[in-house]
Design a protein around this ligand. Structure first.
Ligand SMILES: C[S@@+](CC[C@H](N)C(=O)[O-])C[C@H]1O[C@@H](n2cnc3c(N)ncnc32)[C@H](O)[C@@H]1O
Length: 249
């Protein structure tokens, strides 16, 4: 049976690729690299850099394909994500059927931790439903949340405290924020919060040479985050940022 590895590669620093992930990289014979458009070429380069660092040159095949884009303007968010998944499932099915020979081991390099805000497992379930058979292995990775906590030298939760992780578009629904990690926040939802009791620990491009870190009382530093975030986004053409909002005792 064809074999597939989903390898968590951490949030950008090649040194945050685990030994288990390196062993998995060395077993794989074909790597699927999904290209998300010119702005994110750098993310493809970072993945290639990991392969070049840990694998002997020429011992593997790279298949780079353009990933279908989600309709970012759709008003029905969940519907738009579902139809995007259907398109991706068709693409992944084709990759597995056409690009993997009987003796091959295919691998997807997944940003951070494969189980956190990553649709690949859900999409592969759809691929199986289409009748494509494969054996699957998932290798965990360091998530951007762990990198954020380590860089700011903070625990993710205080004693006995729950930790909520949510995408930016859900932050406004929170009645009261005590200890929340926010990801996928292209709209900077933190800027709308007027609460004077919150501290923000913000990080962008964590683990890469462009890493940015800002921390402080939300109302004091939010203007600076908005400004520096926008300058960086314009300079590089893309940004990935994550933050923790915490009510201080
Ligand atoms: C599709 S999710 C993938 C999350 C990933 N599986 C993880 O474990 O970090 C993408 C979001 O993760 C966060 N993220 C990923 N890599 C990051 C990095 N190097 N620095 C800051 N945030 C990052 C951002 O919030 C981004 O919008």
């Amino acid at each position: 049976m064809k074999q597939l590895l989903l390898i968590g590669i951490g949030p950008g620093d090649p040194r945050q690729v685990t030994f288990e992930a390196v062993e998995a990289l060395r077993r794989a014979t074909v790597f699927f690299v999904l290209d998300k458009g010119a702005d994110k070429d750098e993310l493809v380069r970072l993945r290639r850099g990991i392969l070049e660092r840990y694998l002997p040159a020429g011992g593997y095949r790279l298949v780079q394909v353009e990933d279908p884009q989600r309709d970012g303007q759709a008003t029905d968010y969940v519907g738009a994500v579902r139809s995007w998944h259907v398109q991706r499932a068709a693409l992944y099915a084709r990759l597995i059927e056409d690009e993997l020979g009987a003796g091959d081991i295919g691998a997807f390099l997944l940003w951070g931790e494969p189980g956190l805000y990553d649709s690949t497992l859900r999409i592969l379930e759809r691929v199986r439903q289409r009748g494509v058979a494969f054996a699957l292995e998932v290798i965990p990775g360091i998530s951007s949340i762990q990198a954020l906590a380590a860089r700011h030298q903070i625990p993710l939760n205080r004693i006995g405290e729950p930790l909520t992780v949510l995408p930016g578009r859900r932050l406004g629904e929170q009645g009261r924020v005590d200890n929340v990690v926010v990801m996928l926040d292209g709209q900077c939802a933190f800027a709308a919060l007027e609460d004077a009791g919150l501290t923000i620990y913000w990080g962008a491009y964590l683990g890469t040479p462009d890493e940015m870190l800002i921390a402080g009382p939300l109302q004091t530093v939010k203007g600076r985050i908005l400004r520096e975030r926008e300058q960086a986004r314009q300079r590089k053409g893309w940004i990935m940022d994550t933050y923790l909002l915490r009510r201080e005792d």
